[in-house]
Write a protein that binds this ligand. Structure first.
Ligand code: NDP
Length: 287
């Protein structure tokens, strides 16, 4: 038998990054599937990003994730950018492919995988709350998957208008902006309502997107990008009205799965990843 003490390396680069729990779910999957791979949580200040990418290249990393503040600044350092990452304008996952570093965006794809388990995105009339990075990734993937229309609802008009315009100009999508003021009603005919704002994220766990819940029809699928806690007030209220719901923990796990698939070629078990993350989130909530 040939001995091999060389681990395959993957990582997340961020600043700050110490509280990012991705390592826990990715390494749980590596262990479960008997892969001698590592996933390191590495703090990289913005001025050192180019050196970090060159280092990963030199050390033959299988790939790495990027989190705040590197998702946009990494793009010129890579050899190629995937289609949706190009349109989103951000890369959160780099994959080493045949000697090249390729930039992908798995946030929106993770969301789509969760959605597809419940409904086909093609033809859906979508109301999207938020216009930041997560909203942009979700909106682009929904448009690429053939959503019928996307209404972007945002507190800051300029950001919301920009995202709706981007979807129209880059993808020819039917997209419009609606100002978020007070408790907005969910228009009748809506198929999918997505919260892609940070409302409800730990520790502000009682915060709920200000909506007129009486206008929420039970046929609407309601999704939230907030991974911690997974059962947000929005999803709880939507569930009480009989709506099917999709949580942000599933989205987070799916984007991690897609990264592992890209890097290793293996489709990891999501249940193992979810259990590992839930353990961390439960201990965080308790602490
Ligand atoms: P950004 O800062 O880029 O955007 C935040 C968005 O939330 C903006 O649209 C902002 O509106 C809106 N917002 C924040 N607070 C309020 C409020 N009180 N009322 C109304 N709107 C508000 O953040 P990201 O898009 O990067 O991240 C958003 C969330 O998505 C985070 O909580 C993150 O945890 C989650 N996320 C989840 C992922 C997953 O895999 N589950 C992946 C990526 C992100 P405005 O423009 O007016 O400021």
């Amino acid at each position: 038998m040939t001995l091999n003490f060389k681990q395959e390396l993957t990582a997340v680069f961020g600043f700050p990054v110490a509280e990012n729990p991705t390592q826990v779910m990715v390494e749980a999957a590596y262990r479960h599937h008997g892969l001698d791979w590592r996933y390191l949580t590495i703090e990289v200040p913005p001025r050192d990003l180019a050196d970090a990418v060159a280092g990963a290249r030199a050390m033959g990393f299988g790939g790495f994730n990027l989190t705040i503040p590197h998702k946009v600044s990494v793009m010129p350092l890579l050899d190629r950018i995937g289609e949706s990452a190009e349109v989103i304008g951000a890369v959160n996952c780099v994959v080493a492919r045949e000697g090249e570093l390729v930039g992908e965006n798995t946030d929106g794809r993770g969301f789509l995988e969760s959605l597809r388990a419940v409904r086909d995105p093609a033809g859906l009339r979508v109301v999207l709350l938020g216009a930041g990075g997560a909203a942009r990734a979700v909106a682009v993937e929904l448009a690429l998957a053939g959503a019928e229309s996307i209404t972007v609802v945002n507190r800051t008009a300029q950001r919301g208008e920009e995202l709706a315009g981007h979807l129209r100009d880059k993808l020819g999508a039917k997209a419009a902006f609606q100002q978020w003021s007070d408790r907005i009603a969910v228009p009748s005919g809506t198929d999918l309502l997505v919260n892609a704002t940070s409302i409800g994220l730990f520790p502000d766990v009682e915060a709920c997107a200000p909506l007129d819940f009486d206008s929420l029809d039970r046929d609407v699928v309601v999704a939230d990008v907030i991974p911690n806690p997974p059962l947000t007030p929005l999803l709880r209220k939507a569930g009480e009205r009989g709506c099917r719901t999709i949580d942000g923990l599933g989205m987070l796990i799916n984007q991690g799965r897609i990264g592992i698939r890209y890097w290793t070629g293996l489709d990891p078990d999501p249940a193992v990843m979810r259990a590992a993350l839930e353990k961390v989130f439960n201990s965080t909530a308790a602490g």
